[in-house]
Design a protein around this ligand. Structure first.
Ligand code: PLP
Length: 350
């Protein structure tokens, strides 16, 4: 028996549950895009592989320059991270200690409680509305002097619901300026609602707002782990301080640059998904399911206690969904063929 002591609170730390991969079944559990890398991106990755005996560019200079031009934002306002989940953790590390609260809606992205607890900060969860959306008024009301950071996930994972401009403005006006509001826009590229707030613009207007985006979803690079934050300079400087050196690898940087070059082609896939999500939702609603309107690349089925049975039924039909026991199932919108397989499974569930 070892005498080495791990932190006592690790026993209560929930584990991140990754979407399952099962041979022969289609995976609609992780909000990935289905097609593999475009030939141009695959080529860039292969070329970059010749240099993996060297450490990567720790400052992600070339990619930051590209993002800076694309977003029309000074490079100092951009921090690249090993996936946006890593940036979530870095933000808390940079901002919070054990006496500080991190506030977020629940249910929302399952990493928020984990990264909060890893850092030793306290979590405050504010329930979603009955329509499965973030309750920004209640979130603003839950702010106390201990609140240091608020995650606002829009569209919300796993419910897909979007925050509109006016409600976000009202919320930001209500939040004290010494609280950092993190707009997690992992699914930004799938949004087509004209009333969606633009996190980038808001980071320009407010000193206490950071925005997170990722190459994992619309850009199809989930396996390479790369995302970025845009924030005022004092926040990006803090992010860099707690960055694990070299954690954004060379292949990821090369692939992200190639993906920006191939944006037009990649966004054709995004358009297919946007069309499909309307069809998938409409068909589910016609079958009698309650499905909130979604602006992401997934749908949410708030099945409550029936979630586990639904999950097993889908699995038996070779479709892997992401089930949150007792709450609901999140299902990625994919190609028409894969969506049809899921819809057939949903139709035969009773
Ligand atoms: C809302 C949200 N934020 C952040 C992430 C993390 O993405 P990544 O770390 O792959 O960039 C995810 C991934 O599922 C997500 O759903």
């Amino acid at each position: 028996m070892s005498n080495v002591q791990t932190r006592p609170d690790l026993a209560t730390l929930p584990s991140y549950v990754p979407g399952r991969s099962v041979p022969g079944a289609i995976k609609l559990a992780s909000n990935e895009v289905t097609g593999g890398p475009l030939p141009s991106v695959a080529r860039a990755i292969a070329e970059a592989a010749a240099d993996v005996h060297r450490y990567p560019d720790m400052g992600c200079g070339e990619l930051t320059t590209r993002l800076s031009a694309k977003l029309d934002e000074p490079a100092e306002h951009i921090a690249v991270g090993c996936g946006s989940v890593s940036l979530c953790q870095q933000l808390i590390q940079a901002m919070c200690g054990p006496a500080d609260d991190v506030l977020f809606a629940w249910r929302s992205f399952e990493a928020y409680p984990i990264v909060t607890q890893v850092v030793g900060a306290q979590q405050i969860r504010v329930p979603l509305t009955e329509h499965h959306a973030l309750d920004l008024d209640e979130m603003a009301a839950a702010v106390t002097p201990a609140t240091k950071l608020i995650f606002v996930c829009t569209p919300n994972n796993p419910t897909g619901t979007l925050i509109r401009k006016a409600e976000l403005t009202r919320f930001l006006d209500a939040v004290p300026e010494n609280v950092l509001v993190v707009l997690d826009e992992a699914y930004w590229e799938f949004v087509d609602d004209e009333d969606a707030p633009d996190g980038l613009q808001i980071t320009r207007e407010r000193d206490n707002v950071a925005m997170l985006r990722t190459f994992s979803k619309a850009y199809g690079l989930a396996g390479l782990r790369i995302g970025y934050a845009v924030a005022p300079e004092h926040v990006t400087a803090a992010l860099r301080k707690v960055y694990v050196p070299f954690s954004v690898n060379h292949l990821a940087q090369a692939a992200a640059i190639a993906s920006l070059d191939a944006e037009e082609e990649l966004f054709e896939r995004v358009d297919v998904i946007k069309n499909e999500r309307g069809r998938v939702r409409d068909e589910l609603v016609a079958m009698g399911y309650d499905v909130p309107e979604t602006q992401a690349n997934f749908v949410w089925l708030p099945l409550g206690e029936r979630t586990a049975a639904f999950n097993e039924h889908c699995m038996a039909n070779k479709v892997i969904v992401r089930a949150f026991a007792g709450d609901g199932a999140r299902v990625t919108v994919s190609t028409p063929e894969e969506n049809d397989m899921f819809l057939a499974a949903a139709r035969s569930f009773s």
